[in-house]
Design a protein around this ligand. Structure first.
Ligand SMILES: Cc1cc2nc3c(=O)[nH]c(=O)nc-3n(C[C@H](O)[C@H](O)[C@H](O)COP(=O)(O)OP(=O)(O)OC[C@H]3O[C@@H](n4cnc5c(N)ncnc54)[C@H](O)[C@@H]3O)c2cc1C
Length: 371
């Protein structure tokens, strides 16, 4: 087995590994260093419909990935404007291509990672590697995840116009809840093409058969063909929450992506958070300052824990909570809140739309349970 030496190794060429490689390769500072990505999947292609929202124009890096833009959320057939935000889809194909252009991944499956005095050793199926720093997105969760956002999505093409292309439908609750919180997410590309995704928040992930039944009930005998499929299960857990802002100066194995807590537990959105974390890591390495974690403020972590408790213990409230939020609060305020950019005053306005007793009771339980 060969030993290959690098300065920086990125484990996993998915979302977070990709953003980190792109951010490093943009900086002249890293030209003097040997950087490698190691990825087990030799043919990463279109495997997820990455969406996010922004108030400002996307930067050059994001702009080259954009595959769709929407300015309206169509909730209960009402057109609700997102402005000043725009909802975007990034192309996974273009993202993986951009990574291959700057840092073609080494194909290997990692078995072990260990830190020593002089760096980090990685054992793969094919080779052995050594680096000063390792950034890892490998899904080695040290916790039991007992609540998931699970989903099956299909890009479908109809013969007759069926969709309203101007607006997404973030959470369509017209399907039976079956003791969980579940909804259809629609991303229309034209009047005859859309991504239709059946999503469930629950302990028990949705299986393909259930998702197909819900999709077909929703589409109601419509004639269509399928052009793309995706599925996933994203951990909805506070156990990955980061409570410290920085890694210690001797830490050489740095988690990134979902494994590092970059996924918002109550929504699953991660894409921009991984990008920001990558840029912050690059800034820290160039300025020789402590390496940051994807830290979130205490109160936003607490809000997530309260909502997760409600969804876990009293799942029948899920539909009502999200429905109220999306129907009664301005969409821009909801997006700002999900971005964790709201003020306490904004949050008071949002919380006024929700069942107050339920949230206060769960706040109390959450604080009591934490002690
Ligand atoms: C289908 C889907 C749709 C999503 N949509 C959105 C969205 O719209 N917006 C959003 O913000 N988030 C979304 N997410 C959530 C999140 O953005 C993604 O999960 C994101 O890919 C997480 O990035 P990551 O780097 O942590 O993990 P990944 O992107 O999964 O990267 C990990 C990489 O590690 C590789 N790997 C694993 N084990 C090994 C090993 N032993 N050796 C070598 N390589 C290994 C994997 O092949 C993979 O490429 C979605 C997730 C899924 C699954």
């Amino acid at each position: 087995m060969e030993l290959n030496r690098y300065d920086y190794i990125i484990l996993g060429g998915g979302g977070s590994g990709g953003w980190l490689a792109l951010a490093m390769k943009k900086q002249q500072f890293f030209e003097r260093y040997k950087i490698a990505i190691i990825e087990k999947d030799a043919s990463k292609a279109e495997d997820r419909t990455w969406c996010f929202w922004l108030k400002s124009e996307p930067d050059a890096m994001l702009a080259q990935l954009i595959a769709g833009t929407w300015k309206i959320n169509r909730h209960h057939n009402k057109e609700l404007r997102l402005e000043p935000y725009t909802y975007y889809q990034a192309s996974a194909v273009k993202f993986y291509e951009a990574i291959r252009n700057v840092c073609p991944p080494i194909v290997d499956t990692i078995k072990t990672i260990s830190q020593h005095e002089d760096g980090v050793t990685i054992i793969g199926e094919n080779n052995q590697y050594h680096a000063q720093y390792v950034f890892t997105s490998l899904p080695s969760l040290p916790i039991q995840v007992d609540f998931l956002q699970s989903f099956y999505g299909w890009r479908i093409r109809t013969q007759q116009p069926y969709f309203s292309p101007s607006g997404i439908d973030l959470m369509n609750f017209s399907i039976p809840q079956s003791g969980c919180t579940q909804f259809i997410y629609i991303l229309p590309y034209s009047s005859t093409e859309a991504l239709v995704e059946v999503t469930r928040f629950a302990e028990r992930p949705i299986d393909e058969k259930e998702a197909l039944q819900l999709r077909d009930a929703y589409l109601n005998n419509l004639q269509y063909s399928i052009t793309y499929e995706e599925s996933g299960a994203i951990p909805m857990t506070a156990a990955l929450d980061v409570t410290k802002r920085f890694h210690g100066e001797n830490e050489r194995i740095i988690p990134i992506g979902t494994a590092a807590g970059a996924t918002k537990p109550t929504t699953g959105y991660t894409f921009l958070k991984m990008k920001k974390h990558a840029e912050d890591i690059v800034a820290a390495l160039t300025q020789k300052t402590p390496i940051p974690k994807p830290y979130r403020k205490y109160r936003f972590r607490l809000y997530d824990r309260i909502l997760l408790r409600i969804l876990r213990e009293t799942s029948h409230y899920g539909k009502e909570i999200f429905d109220r939020l999306l129907s009664k609060a301005p969409q821009a305020l909801v997006l700002k809140f999900l971005d964790e950019q709201t003020t306490l005053f904004d949050e008071a306005k949002l919380f006024a739309t929700l069942p107050k007793r339920l949230f206060l009771k769960n706040l109390w339980l959450e604080l009591k349970w934490k002690k």
